[in-house]
Design a protein around this ligand. Structure first.
Ligand SMILES: *Cc1c(COP(=O)(O)O)cnc(C)c1O
Length: 640
């Protein structure tokens, strides 16, 4: 295809085609779509309500000196997800005439940012949404933020005396706190301190279930998981509680089979196993009133419904199945139907954040220069040129084989000293031009699909992206996790290029390595993109990054936190910036590694003074160097 044809082609390209090509149809849910301008838009209240043009909004931010890369948070999406989970459980409870109620709690570890937690507490007020803490610092967050006495505070994680003391005192202060026993030792401490404080604690037992999930975090349950009480420990714990007169305090059981559970099957089995244990505990006179089913409710990251990055069930099915499984067993065993607690974190926040970044530059294997061959050129170059000229004349298979052979010969000939560097450059130029030509000729020809795909892969550009995978997308790096990614504008244009996306770090792992090709549902390491324009920034977005990514991110190459903004969506497609959190400055990240501002500026002064003495720098030059150094210390770690 020549340039004209490409242009013609992009003229008939539609927004709907982009929506399919980039998988928006599959993972966008009711929150994301592409508008008629070819820009990604966000509509937290659903497709028929207020929509924010992401591209226009981010572009307008540049005037307010909010910089790229930029993390955007939409608290309205968290609120919508909270309402969704509550209403789905309420519906399941109503439809099945279940006797217990539903209580949601947000596990703080999934996103600890103060603004996020405050939004959740605020939005959860009339839903009685609580918080879950998995460590002492998280407990401090929960105790300081949660002011709704109706909402639950679930205390998980390994506990020491001071953890338990704080929780019990807060119960005295009127908070609705559950202490979940992970280890027998914790139980001793809880009973001892409750006696001292003269109160009745609310105790939960974490169950070590046999059911395991096949997801990324399957090891959260099963015989050898690090969490929970085995059946023997459960029995001896009940005996201990009974002996000390606290039997009436054992009100809850808890389990968690891992995050992002891809299939509904293990969830159902876990509930059944748990319900059996509840009925046994009931026989032992523990008045279990709550079953906490933990987290694990998954998100459709790749939209497939068939991989570890997605789920084969939806939220309503999840709620129905939990309610049904509990009810059936409770009826069979004739025990009261307990209230249901869930600790879904990923489900609530994953969709609420996205990272927008600009592409800084590209590396193209093929350039636009002309091939120059004349009668003085070496015979090898002439042979190569013939291969190129012959492409339309001979069979595509033959051309392809010729090219493969010639490619190998280029390097051999150079190494044997029979080709100069300049000639090798021309040989490569001919090779890549031929690849491009053959690729265009074999496109959409069924018989030559293999050739086409091989050549297409070879012609992939590299786009240099202004962000760090290690800071902003750690699960992509550590777990090869899939996140949706696409340009947030130009989606009315056909993307005529494809590119690897590499980040700013000096690390070969600093690349988005798993990208879904939505035409074949294959996983690739490159994706369709548009040709970069000279004067217009190319903006891309990585979506569904609200769960876990921020806190797991690290300072590889000392790239720090990006700028972040919280956007509240109003009526009539308007928005306000509720909070703006400035990016880490270079001096802030240097502080983490103990390079203190004053000290390093002092060092630099010593160096410049010596250089002035030796006559290497003028005083003005020394002044300029120090000025630039100080200026950069207060800048963001990313590129301007
Ligand atoms: C991590 C965790 C959660 C949150 O799981 P999600 O899959 O994010 O919902 C809930 N409960 C416990 C005990 C956890 O460790």
């Amino acid at each position: 295809m020549n340039t004209k044809e490409l242009e013609k082609n992009s003229a008939i390209w539609s927004v709907a085609q982009s929506s399919t090509l980039y998988g928006m149809d599959f993972w966008g849910d009711e929150y994301f779509s592409i508008n008629s301008k070819g820009h990604v838009q966000v509509h937290p209240h659903g497709k028929d309500f207020s929509a924010i043009d992401l591209y226009e909004m981010v572009s307008s931010f540049q005037e307010r000196s909010i910089r790229l890369p930029l993390l955007l948070r939409f608290p309205d999406i968290i609120q919508a997800q909270m309402q969704k989970i509550c209403s789905c459980f309420d519906k399941a409870i109503q439809d099945q005439d279940y006797k217990g109620k539903y209580y949601g709690v947000f596990p703080i570890k999934v996103n600890q940012q103060r603004h996020v937690i405050e939004d959740i507490v605020q939005a959860g007020r009339n839903l009685n949404f609580g918080l879950e803490a998995g460590s002492k610092p998280e407990l401090l967050i929960a105790l300081s933020c949660m002011d709704n006495p109706q909402a639950l505070i679930i205390c998980n994680g390994f506990k020491d005396k001071s953890y338990i003391e704080m929780a019990l005192l807060s119960q005295k202060a009127g908070r609705n706190i559950f202490l979940v026993v992970e280890r027998q030792k914790e139980l001793d401490l809880i009973l001892e301190m409750s006696q001292q404080l003269k109160l009745k604690p609310q105790i939960g037992f974490r169950l070590k279930l046999n059911t395991q999930s096949k997801g990324f975090w399957g090891k959260s349950s099963g015989e050898y998981s690090k969490f929970g009480l085995t059946s023997q420990q459960l029995v001896s714990s009940v005996e201990k509680v009974k002996q000390k007169g606290f039997l009436d305090c054992v009100k809850m059981v808890h389990f968690h089979i891992g995050s992002q559970v891809p299939s509904i099957q293990p969830i159902k089995s876990a509930i059944k196993e748990c319900a059996m244990l509840v009925s046994e505990l009931y026989l032992m006179k523990c008045p279990i009133q709550y079953v906490d089913v933990g987290g694990g409710l998954g998100i459709n990251y790749d939209g497939s419904g068939a991989t570890r990055s997605s789920t084969d069930y939806d939220i309503q099915e999840y709620a129905n199945d939990i309610v049904f499984a509990l009810q059936s067993l409770c009826e069979k065993k004739q025990i009261p139907q307990p209230h249901i607690i869930s600790e879904s974190g990923r489900f609530l926040v994953a969709q609420s954040s996205m990272l927008v970044f600009n592409v800084l530059d590209k590396n193209s294997i093929i350039t636009d220069e002309k091939i120059k061959i004349d009668k003085n050129s070496s015979s090898f170059l002439k042979e190569m040129y013939d291969v190129y000229k012959n492409i339309p004349k001979i069979s595509y298979n033959e051309s392809f084989n010729d090219l493969v052979e010639k490619k190998k010969q280029i390097y051999d000939t150079f190494v044997y000293g029979m080709l100069s560097l300049k000639e090798m450059a021309i040989a490569e130029k001919i090779y890549w031009t031929s690849v491009k030509k053959l690729k265009e000729l074999t496109e959409n020809k069924e018989d030559y699909e293999d050739i086409f795909l091989t050549l297409k892969k070879q012609l992939t550009d590299t786009y240099f992206c202004n962000f760090s995978i290690f800071q902003s997308l750690p699960d992509s790096w550590a777990l090869s996790y899939i996140f949706p990614i696409l340009p947030i504008h130009r989606l009315k244009e056909k993307p005529t290029k494809q590119a690897y996306l590499v980040d700013l770090t000096c690390d070969s792992d600093g690349q988005i390595s798993k990208i879904v090709d939505y035409s074949s549902w294959e996983i690739e390491s490159f994706m369709p993109v548009h040709k970069l324009k000279e004067k217009e920034p190319y903006l891309m977005g990585i979506f569904l990054t609200g769960a876990y990514q921020e806190i797991l991110g690290d300072l590889h190459n000392l790239f720090g936190d990006t700028d972040a903004v919280h956007i509240r969506v109003k009526d009539d497609n308007r928005y306000i910036i509720e909070h703006r959190v400035e990016a880490d400055s270079i001096s802030e990240v240097l502080e983490y590694v103990e390079f203190h501002r004053k000290q390093i500026i002092g060092n630099l002064h010593n160096i410049t003074e010596q250089s002035i003495m030796k006559g290497h720098l003028t005083r003005q030059e020394a002044g300029l160097l120090i000025e630039k150094f100080e200026e950069n210390l207060s800048r963001s770690t990313y590129l301007k």
